[in-house]
Design a binder for this molecule. Structure first.
Ligand SMILES: Cc1cc2nc3c(=O)[nH]c(=O)nc-3n(C[C@H](O)[C@H](O)[C@H](O)COP(=O)(O)OP(=O)(O)OC[C@H]3O[C@@H](n4cnc5c(N)ncnc54)[C@H](O)[C@@H]3O)c2cc1C
Length: 484
């Protein structure tokens, strides 16, 4: 099939029956028919349609020599600088659609699976079958254009204990049995964003395993259908409140939903497994395969889209109410611009300094991307703060679409007009600023940017441990030895 349309995505989803628990409800029909998920599914369908639009299809899909089958560009195995640019341009088009607010567009994990499938010799250290399985999985994900999500971390019960210690080891998803055909998984994992509307779930290593025998049952990587028997998604409350796109411009379109995943004796066939046991290898799963670099390339590209959107909203908002010439307002707009240019610069540096990895895949420079993924989670915490400061009470003077179309129309047009906009257009703009800075959707975005790629504290530790500081240490030692 190759790169699919929105209709094809929805057709497949309509045939699956994931076990979903949400707001007290047990879903027993297709998720496509449930109002909580309908608008998110429409947004994902629009993304799939986008890649087939005549003016985008050349960038967003590719064909291999001698074949007319086209695949999504995030499946390209990059060998040249042009390949990296094409991957980025394709990822940027998807990110722009949601103003950078959708974190789990398919390209995020396509990047990961692409890199893993090329690292077959790494998987063979454990078992040649795992190498074959990950290669086959990449081929299938690409051919069927699967929408993947993943779940990595153990339940947040007691972070001073390892997975193997929590409730005697009975809390975190683990291998409880093995038979001739596969393994059985019992326990829970956090957190699967888009779980109910994805095709498949990647259950990949957590990065906090100790290389001890006790951690072996918690060490694995596999893929499973989202409606596999025994698999359950326990969702948080939806932040799509069913309001119009005018009232909730982001939440009504891009509410991704997050869910805890329960494995109630889920059987995983061996051909779906990419690693079983081997905690030491699991700890190097993302770095040694360079999957982390390719995933961060997508993440940084999305954050460019989000920061551009912030600059756009801030510009329109400050012009709307005539505050754009005040110095402290300009200082904050400058902060957004600086953030944007830093992320752009880091992505450009990563592409310019890309090198083939040990498996022949041209890989963006991780040091630049690592700087981005360590810094942006903190820098982006300022985004909602800046919009709140700019909007002030205007972020609360926000009648709804029903008011604009009803009795309050004349008052809104007269009293909510701004320096550049009539009343209803000003409300439309400010509702977007509110949904980017203050709504429940915005709150989740802020938390997402801070944590979704890992705890910044522990990422900083990993950066310090992995960064080659020897030349700088040596320079200072040499300096200290100069004649006094
Ligand atoms: C909106 C959202 C969506 C997400 N989506 C996904 C997803 O799709 N798939 C997925 O797998 N994961 C997802 N995540 C999970 C994400 O990977 C984790 O939030 C992140 O790894 C941090 O882990 P935690 O949330 O369990 O925090 P914890 O590890 O419980 O940390 C809580 C606090 O304690 C501190 N702390 C805990 N342990 C230590 C320690 N050993 N040393 C120092 N400080 C410590 C942390 O710094 C933090 O301040 C998502 C998270 C969010 C917020």
């Amino acid at each position: 099939m190759g790169a699919r349309s929105g209709a094809q995505y929805m057709e497949r989803l309509a045939e699956t029956r994931p076990a979903v628990r949400i707001q007290g409800e047990v879903l027993d029909g297709p998720v496509t028919e449930h109002p909580i998920f309908a608008r998110l599914i429409s947004s994902f369908a629009a993304l799939y349609d986008m890649q087939l639009e005549p003016e985008r299809v050349e960038t967003m899909t590719y064909a291999e020599a001698g074949s007319s089958e086209r695949y999504g560009s995030s499946f390209i195995v990059p060998r040249s600088h042009e390949d990296l640019v094409r991957r980025r341009e394709s990822m940027k088009a998807w990110a722009d659609y949601s103003l950078g607010t959708l974190g789990r567009t398919g390209d995020y994990l396509n990047c990961c699976v692409m890199a893993l499938s090329e690292a077959q010799s790494w998987f063979s250290q454990a078992d040649a079958a795992f190498a074959a399985n990950i290669a086959a999985y990449y081929s299938r994900a690409r051919a069927e254009d699967l929408l993947l999500t993943h779940t990595l971390i153990s339940p947040q019960a007691n972070r001073s204990q390892d997975a193997a210690q929590q409730q005697g080891g009975a809390l975190t998803a683990r291998i409880v049995a093995e038979d001739d055909n596969g393994v059985t998984i019992r326990g829970a994992r956090m957190l699967a964003t888009i779980g109910p509307i994805a095709d498949e779930l990647l259950v990949f290593p957590s990065t906090v395993l100790k290389g001890t025998p006790e951690d072996a049952p918690y060490s694995f990587a596999f893929a499973i259908n989202c409606d596999a028997p025994g698999l359950r998604f326990i969702c948080r409350e939806s932040l799509d409140y069913g309001r119009s796109h005018f009232d909730h411009p982001l939440g009504s379109r891009f509410e991704e939903i997050d869910s805890v995943v329960v494995f109630d004796d889920v059987h995983v066939p061996f051909e779906r497994c990419f690693m079983l046991g081997h905690p030491d290898l699991c700890n190097g799963f993302y770095t040694e395969t360079t999957a982390a670099a390719h995933m961060t390339h997508q993440v940084a590209t999305r954050t460019i889209a989000k920061t551009e959107a912030m600059v756009g909203i801030a510009t329109l908002l400050t012009e709307a109410i005539g505050i754009d010439s005040f110095q402290h307002i300009q200082e904050d707009v400058a902060e957004l611009i600086v953030t944007l240019e830093i992320v752009r610069g880091l992505v450009r540096a990563a592409e310019a300094d890309a090198q083939p990895n040990g498996f022949g895949v041209l890989t963006p420079k991780m040091a630049s991307l690592n700087a981005c993924r360590n810094w942006f989670p903190k820098a982006s915490q300022r985004f909602p703060q800046i919009l709140r400061k700019f909007g002030a009470s205007g972020l609360m003077a926000l009648p709804t679409q029903a008011d604009i179309e009803g009795e309050a129309h004349d008052d809104i047009e007269r009293y909510l007009q701004s320096a550049t906009l009539d009343g209803s257009d000003r409300v439309r703009l400010f509702r977007l600023a509110w949904d980017m800075s203050m709504s429940a959707f915005a709150g989740r975005q802020t938390l997402y940017e801070y944590f979704f790629f890992g705890d910044p504290v522990r990422m900083a530790g990993a950066l310090v441990r992995g960064y080659d500081r020897d030349p700088y240490r040596a320079r200072i030692e040499e300096f200290l030895q100069r004649p006094q």
